[in-house]
Design a protein around this ligand. Structure first.
Ligand code: ADP
Length: 404
C-alpha cells in the first residue's frame, strides 16, 4: 500500500487527508481549527473498512487548547493513534502541502527544501493572508514526518502558462515589474483536475479540447483551458478579481475605492476588509452562503433576487468572454459547492446561449448525483458537464508523481 498525507494549512487551522494511492481511497481526513486561541477544536474522520471501499465513516471531535501548528500536528498524530488508521501500517511515503501563492517562481510541484521554504516565505509579500499559514504548517509537518519528502503544490502553478497579454495589467510597466504586479490566477489545482477529468469523461486526450471550467465555491473563478493549458483565468494578482463570490466583490472599477476613500473616509484596511470580507453575496444580502440567498429570494426578498441576478450576469459575461478568447469551445464544466449543487445557477449562467451551441437538458441538470455527469442536451455542440472537484486527491497524485 502506498499512502500520501495531504495537508492544507491556514493561519489558524489545517485540514488533512491520508489517501491510499493504489485505490485512491481516503483512509482518514480531519480538521484542526482555532490554533492559538483559548480553545481549539479538532475532528478526525476514519473510513471504517477501507479494504472493502465501504463509504461508512466515523467522526470524532475534541475541544482542547492548541498553541501552534506543532501542537496541532501532535493532536492529529494522537487522533491517528487512538482512532486509526495506523500510521505504521499506512505510513505516508510523502506529504503534499497546498500553498496558495507560488508567484512567477513555481510552475510545478516542488520538493520542499530550506531554500523553497525561504521562497514561500518571501512570497508572503504577495499573499499575506495565505502563505504564512502554509509555511507554519510545512515547518510543523516536516518536524512530525521528518523521514519522508514534503512537496509543495501551488494554486497558481497551473496558470503559469497564461500568455503575457492575459497576465499583464495595463499600468506603469516599471512599477509593475518592481512590485511583481501581474495576474497569477488561483484554484489551479482544481482547474487542472477538472479539465483532465472532463477529457477523461469524453474519452478524449486533453490536448484535443478547448474547455471552460467554472469553479464556483465560496471563492470562485473561471478558467479557459486550451489543449490542457490555462490561457485565461478570472482571478488576478490576488483572489479578489473576477466573479461575484460569497464575501468578495470580484471585478469593480478601482475608481470606487478612490471615491470611498475621499468621500466616505474609508482607509486602505477598511477597503481591504470591505472588498474581501464584506462584499459579494454577503454585501448585497447579508448572507454569504448562496443557499440562504436562494431561500430568501424564493420567499420574495428583493435584494436576494438582485444578488442572484448580479452573480449570474457576471458569470455569463465570463463564459462569453472566454468563448471569444478560445474561438471554439468543446466542454464547459461546473465544479465546487455551487457548481456541483446549484441547478439554478447552472441553468441561468448558460440560458439563451443556443446560438453559441450551448444547450442544457433541464432534466439532466436537475438530477442530483455525486459523480461526473453530462447536463447538456444530445444536440448541444458544446458538452456541458458537472464534475466534482477533488483538490486533495490531485495534490496527492502530484505529490506521488514528484517523489517517485
Ligand atoms: P470553498 O470555496 O470554501 O471550498 P465549496 O466549494 O465547498 O467552498 O462551496 C461552498 C459553497 O457552495 C457554499 O457557500 C454554498 O453557497 C454553495 N452551495 C453548496 N450547496 C449548494 C446548493 N445546493 N445550492 C446553492 N449553493 C450551494
Amino acid at each position: 500500500m502506498t499512502a500520501v498525507l495531504v495537508v492544507n494549512s491556514g493561519s489558524s487551522s489545517f485540514k488533512y487527508q491520508l489517501i491510499e494511492m493504489d485505490t485512491e481511497t481516503t483512509l482518514a481526513s480531519g480538521l484542526v481549527e482555532r490554533i492559538g486561541e483559548l480553545m481549539g477544536t479538532s475532528s478526525h474522520t476514519v473510513l471504517e473498512t477501507p479494504i472493502t471501499q465501504a463509504t461508512e465513516t466515523v467522526t470524532v471531535e475534541r475541544e482542547l487548547p492548541i498553541a501552534d501548528h506543532t501542537a496541532g500536528f501532535a493532536v492529529m498524530l494522537e487522533a491517528f493513534r487512538t482512532h486509526g488508521p495506523s500510521l505504521e501500517a499506512h505510513a505516508p511515503v510523502a506529504v503534499g502541502h497546498r500553498v496558495v501563492h507560488g508567484g512567477a517562481r513555481f510552475h510545478e510541484p516542488t520538493v520542499i527544501t530550506e531554500s523553497v521554504e525561504r521562497d514561500i516565505d518571501e512570497l508572503s509579500a504577495l499573499a499575506p493572508l495565505h502563505n504564512p499559514g502554509a509555511l507554519q504548517g510545512i515547518t510543523a509537518a516536516i518536524a512530525a514526518f521528518s523521514a519522508v519528502p514534503h512537496v509543495a503544490i501551488f494554486d497558481t502553478a497551473f496558470h503559469q502558462t497564461l500568455p503575457p497579454e492575459a497576465f499583464t495589467y495595463a499600468i506603469n510597466a516599471d512599477l509593475a515589474e518592481r512590485f511583481r504586479v501581474r495576474r497569477y490566477g488561483f484554484h489551479g489545482t482544481s482547474h487542472g483536475f477538472v479539465s483532465r477529468a472532463g477529457a477523461d469523461f469524453l474519452g478524449q486526450p486533453v490536448d484535443a479540447l478547448n474547455q471552460i471550467v467554472l469553479h464556483l465555491g465560496n471563492g470562485g473563478s473561471v478558467c479557459a483551458v486550451r489543449a490542457g493549458q490555462s490561457v485565461e483565468t478570472s482571478m488576478g494578482m490576488t483572489p479578489l478579481e473576477g466573479l461575484v463570490m460569497g464575501t468578495r466583490s470580484g471585478d469593480i472599477d478601482p475608481g470606487v475605492l478612490f471615491h470611498l476613500h475621499r468621500r466616505a473616509g474609508l482607509d486602505i484596511d477598511d477597503l481591504d476588509q470591505l472588498l474581501n470580507r464584506g462584499s459579494g453575496l454577503l454585501g448585497l444580502t447579508g448572507h454569504g452562503d448562496l443557499r440562504d440567498v436562494i431561500t430568501a429570494a424564493d420567499s420574495g426578498d428583493g435584494p436576494s433576487q438582485l444578488a442572484i441576478d448580479v452573480y449570474v450576469h457576471r458569470l455569463k459575461g465570463y463564459v462569453g468572454s472566454y468563448y471569444a478568447q478560445l474561438g471554439q469551445v468543446d466542454v464547459i464544466s461546473f465544479t465546487a459547492g455551487v457548481g456541483e449543487n446549484s441547478a439554478l445557477v447552472r441553468a441561468r449562467a448558460l440560458e439563451g446561449l443556443e446560438a453559441l451551441g450551448i444547450r442544457i437538458d433541464p432534466e439532466r441538470n436537475e438530477a442530483k448525483s455525486r459523480v461526473a455527469r453530462r447536463i447538456s442536451a444530445d444536440d448541444s455542440a458544446v458538452t456541458v458537464l458537472v464534475i466534482p472537484t477533488n483538490e486533495e486527491l490531485e495534490i496527492a497524485r502530484q505529490t506521488l508523481a514528484t517523489v517517485l
